[in-house]
Design a protein around this ligand. Sequence first.
Ligand SMILES: NC(=O)c1ccc[n+]([C@@H]2O[C@H](COP(=O)([O-])OP(=O)(O)OC[C@H]3O[C@@H](n4cnc5c(N)ncnc54)[C@H](O)[C@@H]3O)[C@@H](O)[C@H]2O)c1
Length: 318
Amino acid sequence: MQEQHRPNKVAIVGAGNVGATFAYTLLMSGLASEIVLIDRDQARAEGEAMDLNHAAPLLHAARIWAGSYEDCHQAAVTVITAGSAQRPGETRLDLVQRNTQIFKQIVPEVIKHNPAGILLVATNPVDVLSYAAYKISGLPASRVIGSGTILDTARFRYLISQRFGVDPRSVHAYIIGEHGDSEVPVWSLANIAGMRIPDFCAINGYHCDENVLNAIFTSTRDAAYQIIDRKGATYYAIAGGLLRIVEAILRDQATVLSVSSLIDDYYGIHDIYLSLPTVIDVGGVERVVRLGLSPQEIAGLQESASILTATIAQLDLE
Ligand SMILES: NC(=O)c1ccc[n+]([C@@H]2O[C@H](COP(=O)([O-])OP(=O)(O)OC[C@H]3O[C@@H](n4cnc5c(N)ncnc54)[C@H](O)[C@@H]3O)[C@@H](O)[C@H]2O)c1
């Protein structure tokens, strides 16, 4: 008989800054009935579970505990945030060898106890580690998702919204490609109230030349470095991004989100994980949306893909 999953059970591997903040966000949302925290630092996971449980009477009822990999059984989604965090001045790609070794321990354990669930990876470098999780797990690609540029897209929309004085949710724009230095802003499709940004500016009397737009993108791309320099880590916004992905899965929403998934036959890109607007539903990745990109954006996406392909080639994943 095919393994079932419990629709509202979420497992979190890695109860550090990102994992614990996501658990809190998930508890606040009321989406999950069961949240299990797994970490090699068992005391840390226990402390987080205790603290979260004490918030439950004030927020939402949920069963929260610190568990082991056996507790991934029947989780609809297992979110992996375990690994080393980016250190000041370190690129995400520098982390790759260290965190791949960690994934070779974690992913088989999760799959052993939960072959039917969805894996959602946040650990950096997220595109490479999502690809590693796909290869190590043997799961269909639809059930291995990376948080990808959901965070960068949120930062991009926020910064555009601040420039033009509107709610960030009224800005539609995507960052695609690597979650990292080679990511690409899709200015050609960015819009407010259905108008492309240059048209919105011209008609509504805003000044926005190339320098303004470049500054918005640079601040988006470099945000993680800026935050890590100031507070050592980033976790609130990524927790919001993970919640949005998990909500789309648990509620079968078919939401278009910029997440990392297996890309094949897309502007000449093959067999790699990177972010594009993707339809997410109860089965995970339903499909990757085909975009009509400008020649410059296509070149940027292909360059981002080639950087990721070169990194993946350095890993021993067969
Ligand atoms: N994708 C994104 O947009 C995004 C954003 C922020 C952070 N991150 C990444 O998320 C990851 C976690 O960041 P953080 O700030 O929470 O780090 P953290 O150091 O606070 O937490 C990591 C946790 O992983 C645990 N861990 C390490 N190895 C393990 C193993 N083998 N098995 C089980 N648990 C293990 C540690 O004990 C720790 O509790 C990092 O890779 C970071 O770069 C990604």
